[in-house]
Design a protein around this ligand. Structure first.
Ligand SMILES: *Cc1c(COP(=O)(O)O)cnc(C)c1O
Length: 457
């Protein structure tokens, strides 16, 4: 075993292709359905939303898609990202486990999100798109797309979940500095937003509502397309550069993870790290566990149902089979805004259903407690989303301490928390609220799942 602390790859060793897990899935993915007809959607149905290159990536049977050179050129601004052995955390916990984290917070906007934002902006530019709309929760996705838009000369409009817009003004300023326009959602700018506001003028917003607004703004303008920061196959595929790098770095470390952990909002950072390791399990017999970590306030996989549902609140998106809490569910305003999504990526959902991915949920306070332990040992203040993965990694290490096991733990530190210090302030002051799992609101939302006669998959 290599006793270094940081495992770094040269630029020339940066992976040249993304990994598409779909052809390797142990069970086929259920088809995506048209919300009006209930029939499988074809590329033409998606053309108003996405450029054809991304639609093709969404359904490609190829296992690998080459990363275009202009995208690699931007990646080189911060990639390859480091794999770090958390030696000081291991010592602080007194665990025999070896803890590694892949640090995606070194990107210019501080999260893993640019891995797909840059790719999406590039393909849109190639097809002559002038403007992109999107939604953002905590603001990480919006910042990533705003940066990518600036790099590829595309206008960006971001519908930002209202509760985050007010909690996180610095993210808005960052997006505006990149030249993006930021609109608090629900807004009066779209039919979808006006409908929500009519029913609930004080709506804190949700990712589901913001998606409806961004999709509507895209489909009503021929020069505009829509960009999604998680959930879809092509988005998760773009993130697999994280896991492909990590595999090479584990070779340098002469080690291999027993458990791979990521927080899961829509599933992209988790999948980005985990999918290449899942390939090694499915194809090469590596025995690795996979653990997705959710907030107790929005636990799609731990408490949701596996069913066809809409991706947004109002019903602008296709129906996908996924773990969901119901598209009408508005999660409580927890600080991990990026985890406040009612659904989960179809690939991650199917792998959970197949028993390959496990899921666990935590309340905010234990999550921030773990984050502060991590900060005091390793020096990095995690994003509140990433802190969920930190909590699970620490619990794995403590379990190993009890059993005396040399467990090897890998987690994705998907971003830093420099824009989330007010959440830390609340935690440190003892003011952070642990929202109980909103079982009644979810039960109500589940009632509103769309009825579909799913074709045999
Ligand atoms: C957006 C975000 C998440 C949650 O989204 P996923 O698609 O589940 O990865 C997690 N961590 C950070 C830092 C984020 O910005």
């Amino acid at each position: 075993m290599n006793h270094n602390t940081r495992f770094l790859l040269d630029e020339k060793d940066m992976p040249t292709a993304w990994y598409n897990i779909v052809p390797d899935m142990p069970v086929p993915l259920p088809p995506v359905l048209h919300p009006a007809t209930g029939q499988p959607v074809g590329p033409d149905d998606l053309a108003p939303l996405f450029p054809m290159a991304l639609i093709m990536q969404e359904v490609t049977p190829e296992s690998y898609v080459e990363i275009p050179e202009p995208v690699r050129e931007v990646y080189r601004l911060w990639r390859p990202t480091p794999l770090i052995r958390a030696r000081r955390l291991e010592k602080a916990l007194g665990t025999p486990a070896r803890i590694y984290y892949k640090y995606e917070g070194v990107s210019p906007v501080g999260s893993h999100k640019p891995n797909t934002a840059v790719a999406q902006a590039y393909y849109n530019q190639q097809e002559g798109v002038r403007r992109l709309t999107t939604e953002t929760g905590a603001g990480q996705w919006g910042s990533a797309l705003a940066m990518a838009g600036a790099f590829f000369d595309i206008e960006v409009q971001v519908f930002m979940v209202k509760v985050s817009y007010h909690q996180k003004p610095y993210r808005r300023i960052l997006m505006e500095s990149f030249g993006a326009r930021v609109t608090p959602s629900p807004s009066e700018e779209t039919e979808a937003g006006r409908k929500v506001l009519a029913e609930n003028p004080d709506s804190p917003g949700s990712l589901g509502i913001a998606i409806s607004e961004a999709v509507e703004a895209a489909v009503t303008d021929p020069e505009t397309k829509y960009s999604l920061g998680s959930v879809l196959n092509h988005v998760l595929m773009h993130q697999t550069i994280i896991g492909e790098e990590a595999l090479k770095q584990f070779a340098l470390a002469e080690d291999y993870p027993d458990v791979v952990i990521g927080c899961a909002g829509g599933g992209s950072n988790f999948a980005g790290l985990a999918f290449p390791f899942i390939r090694e399990r499915l194809k090469n017999g590596r025995e690795t566990r996979f653990l997705a970590v959710e907030p107790e306030a929005c636990p799609s996989m731990t408490r949701g149902v596996y069913a066809y549902d809409l991706g947004d609140t109002v019903g602008m998106t296709p129906l996908v089979k996924m773990y969901t809490l119901g598209h009408t569910f508005t999660p409580p305003g927890i600080h991990a805004g990026g985890l406040r999504y009612h659904g989960m990526a179809p690939t991650v959902s199917a792998l959970h259903e197949a028993g390959i991915i496990e899921a666990v949920a935590y309340h905010q306070n234990p999550v921030f407690e773990a984050a502060v332990t991590f900060t005091r040992a390793e020096g990095i203040i995690p994003a509140p989303e990433s802190a969920h993965a930190v909590r699970a990694a620490i619990d794995q290490a403590l379990e190993a301490k009890e059993t005396g096991e040399e467990r090897v733990i890998l987690f994705n530190l998907s971003g830093h928390g420099h824009f989330d210090l007010s959440a830390y302030d609340e935690y440190l002051a003892g003011h952070l609220e642990d929202y109980a799992y909103p079982s009644e609101a979810v039960a109500e939302a589940i009632q509103h799942l769309p009825r579909v006669n799913a074709p045999a998959s």
